[in-house]
Design a protein around this ligand. Structure first.
Ligand code: PA5
Length: 418
């Protein structure tokens, strides 16, 4: 379902060096089975069956079914790991005619919040406030605004329209019991950015009409082939080793690129996963993303000719997702070289040409993806956390905490009088 290839005309990292690194790190492949005991509190995502087994999927589908019967709009209130996976999958895969998904709790901008509320007017609204421990300011503030909005519209019926996702025993759980809100468990052993394939990500996806069983099946399948592979053939280990090898050679930035706007939300999810997991102890590969071909006309210049600190990973979905031809219309516009080609082919040629040019200057990786659908998104949502876990372990940091995020909060809470 996924393939990994390396293109590096300048031989910045030779195939032999890469293989040596993999040999050296081979024992790490075993971590993908059960992980290390010291991280046991954060490894609930490692086996998709733990948080997305039959029982959990059935519960999610039942609740989503109830919401879908009545909701025109479903508001996902959350920030960072609490909304990024759902947002990535829904923005890429939602089909027409499904409930509209609105995101709040990810900003304090009054302009954005007012705009979001405007989208709710005249619609039947349900909300899901997702917050692991319910201490984060942004979702807490938006939840207040939304509760008031719901009470004004629905009176006593408002509480029935509120779902909250938090850890058992958290303040959100207690509030849910007191007010009769529907409570969904945020698994205690899964951190936000690793929670895409738990109820945190799967409930909004199911409300949006996505096939969450196919999503989880993609993850399961990926786990199966990662565990079955010899360490040298294990794509998560190969990728993690290559990233670290390039990092040690001064390539401090990984740029994830795609020629498909369907990956826009995925970029945000991926950036958070790697920045929050690896950027610590004054180390870490800085993750950025490029939406091509548009970004070729902006940061493309830096990538090709700027400081050599970037390596690039192209996401390459293999099968056509739509066909459209730029038909000639008799106007002598100078674009007749497009005759007989469809946009799929033109876009692919732009990608191949970019990789050809970039790989003459910087190390390039291609992650081939069989198709763009729930199954492959499930595979990506599982594969990248595995890469991140192994890569962070090679880097020598704890991929599951985020102490740096606390720094600004101290000043902010003081200024707000918390
Ligand atoms: O990955 C993480 O743990 C974080 O990005 C969290 O998801 C984010 O800070 C939101 O946290 P919470 O769900 O507690 O509001």
């Amino acid at each position: 379902m996924l393939t990994l290839n390396y293109h590096d005309m300048r031989r910045i990292a030779t195939p032999a060096e890469w293989e040596q690194e993999i040999q050296r790190r081979a024992p790490l492949a075993g971590l993908l089975k059960n992980g290390e005991p010291r991280h046991a509190d954060n490894l609930g995502w490692l086996d998709p069956d733990e948080c997305a087994g039959e029982k959990q999927l059935a519960q999610i589908e039942t609740l989503a079914g109830t919401i879908r019967k009545e909701a025109d709009v479903f508001v996902v209130v959350g920030i960072g790991g609490s909304n990024n996976a759902a947002r990535a999958a829904i923005s890429a895969l939602q089909r027409p005619g499904e409930p509209e998904i609105v995101y709040m709790g990810n900003t304090l901008s009054p302009h954005a919040l007012v705009k979001a509320l405007e989208r709710l007017e005249g619609k039947s609204v349900y909300i899901d406030c997702i917050a692991k421990n319910f201490e984060t300011l942004e979702p807490g503030a938006s939840f207040r605004v939304l509760r008031k909005w719901l009470k004004l519209r629905y009176g006593e019926d408002a509480d029935r329209r509120i779902v909250v996702t938090g850890t058992k025993g958290s303040p959100l759980d207690e509030l849910a019991q007191r007010h009769g809100w529907h409570f969904v468990a945020f698994p205690e052993t899964v951190g936000g950015r690793y929670s895409g394939l738990t109820a945190v990500g799967l409930l909004p996806m199911a409300v949006a009409g996505l096939d969450i069983r196919a999503m989880v099946a993609g993850a399961r399948e990926t786990r199966k082939w990662l565990l079955a592979a010899e360490p040298e053939e294990n794509l998560a280990l190969r990728y993690a080793c290559l990233r670290n090898l390039l990092y040690r050679k001064g390539y401090r930035v990984e740029m994830l690129s795609a020629f498909e706007p369907q990956f826009q939300g995925f970029f945000r999810w991926w950036r958070q996963l790697f920045a929050e997991s690896e950027g610590k102890d004054s180390k870490g590969i800085f993750p950025v993303a490029a939406e091509n071909s548009e970004d070729l006309h902006s940061i493309g210049q830096y990538v090709q000719d700027g400081e050599p600190i970037i390596f690039e990973t192209f996401l390459d979905a293999q099968t056509p997702n739509a066909l459209l031809s730029p038909e000639p219309d008799g106007v002598l516009d100078g674009f007749d070289y497009l005759n007989g080609k469809d946009f799929w082919a033109v876009n692919k040629i732009a990608f191949m040409a970019t990789r050809e040019a970039h790989s003459r200057k910087l190390p390039c990786i291609t992650l081939g993806i069989e198709a763009l659908n729930e199954r492959t998104f499930g595979a990506l949502f599982y594969f990248y956390p595995c890469v991140c876990y192994l890569s962070g372990t090679i880097l020598g940091i704890n991929p599951f905490d985020q102490p740096g995020v606390e720094a600004y909060k101290g000043y902010m809470f003081e200024a707000l009088g918390k």
